[in-house]
Design a protein around this ligand. Structure first.
Ligand SMILES: [Zn+2]
Length: 340
């Protein structure tokens, strides 16, 4: 079953393609590595269940391409001098904490899966990914991207692909693929908001804030508040995300635009969370989590089916507050999706 789940790296292929076509050497090598991971992912055995509770193992790939590398920090051990190791350790912990404390989920598989990560993968590797077994982080090339361990929302995004894999298992193409991507952005942002104790009004609603190197014209990889505005740079190009169905991008690239059209459900979540107010994980997050994990979605769910599942989840969780389900419906309507 896991063989059907493709690898997801945080930097979409069209971004690295553009940089590679312009002759940016780190992007050429990063694309080659990404292609190799996609092939390797198919052969990866399913992760085994661990003991209940948080259990992290961080390894250092030492700028090589062999995984996992040397073990450098394990659960309960003090910080080390390498900041990337500590950022990875903390980001895995922050992700575990959101799922555990807010949603009552024991790690990404719900059965205490050990959280493994490798840092300093490759040389100037411009990406980070979850390969079904572990998180792998590049250092970035320093010209376009910085250290990929720096963004806790990126870590939350990648590990949420694991949660989706173990629950709704949304197909990674077209609308179900864009939902798969969007759910990772939603919970990635919630990991950051929960760790920083931010309200929906205070959150930046960016994915990968601080990841772009100085001099790049942009603030992040994606914006949930204003999809399509995260970057506009001569080297990176312009953020292609739509915020409404009327701007839906029909493409065969990027598995049918999974990192592009995810802007639409991303924005619906942002609209709901800010309309409800307070902390986004508290009500909007629970509704999305219930929809994702409740068993009511098919693996080929489109935006309308997912919207319906969130309205049903809102009614089930808040039976005495019909205004919440109405707000869910209104948020989808604002991005051009009618739950019916
Ligand atoms: Zn992703």
């Amino acid at each position: 079953m896991t063989a059907a789940v493709p690898i997801c790296a945080i930097v979409p292929p069209y971004v690295l393609d553009r940089l590679a076509e312009a002759g940016h050497e780190p992007a050429v090598r990063s694309l080659a590595l990404d292609t190799a991971h996609r092939a390797a992912r198919l052969a990866a055995p399913p992760p085994a269940a661990g003991a209940p509770g948080l259990n992290r193992v961080i390894s250092d790939a030492g700028h090589g391409q062999r995984l996992p590398g040397r073990t450098v920090r394990t659960e309960g051990h003090a910080p080390v001098t390498d900041a990337s190791v500590n950022h990875a350790y903390d980001g895995l912990g922050d992700t575990f904490t959101l799922y555990s404390q807010v949603f009552g989920r024991d790690s990404i598989d719900g059965r205490g899966l050990r959280l493994d990560a490798s840092v300093h993968y490759g040389r100037n590797y411009d990406n980070a990914f979850w390969n079904g077994r572990r998180m792998v982080f590049g250092d970035g090339d320093g010209q376009i991207f910085g250290d990929f361990t720096a963004c806790v929302d990126v870590i939350g995004h990648e590990l949420t692909h694991g949660v989706t894999q173990f629950t709704a298992n949304l197909e990674y193409r077209d609308q179900p693929g864009a939902l798969n991507e969007s759910v990772s952005d939603v919970f990635g942002s919630l990991v950051k908001q929960y760790a920083l104790h931010q309200s929906a009004a205070d959150a930046d609603w960016l994915i990968g804030a601080g990841l772009l190197a100085p001099g790049i014209q942009g603030v992040a990889l994606r914006s949930m508040r204003a999809p399509g505005t995260a970057y506009d740079d001569p080297r990176l190009g312009k953020d292609p995300q739509p915020a409404h169905m009327r701007d839906y991008v029909d493409t065969t690239e990027d598995n049918g635009g999974v990192h592009i059209n995810s802007g639409i459900p991303n924005h619906a979540f942002y609209l709901l969370a800010t309309a409800l107010g307070g902390q986004a994980w508290d009500r909007a997050g629970r509704i999305w989590y219930d929809a994702l994990t409740g068993g009511g979605l098919s693996t080929t769910a489109d935006f309308t089916a997912f919207a319906r599942a969130t309205v049903a989840a809102a009614k089930a969780r808040y039976p005495d507050e019909s205004s919440i389900a109405d707000t869910v419906t209104a948020s989808w309507a604002q991005v051009g999706v009618s739950p019916g």
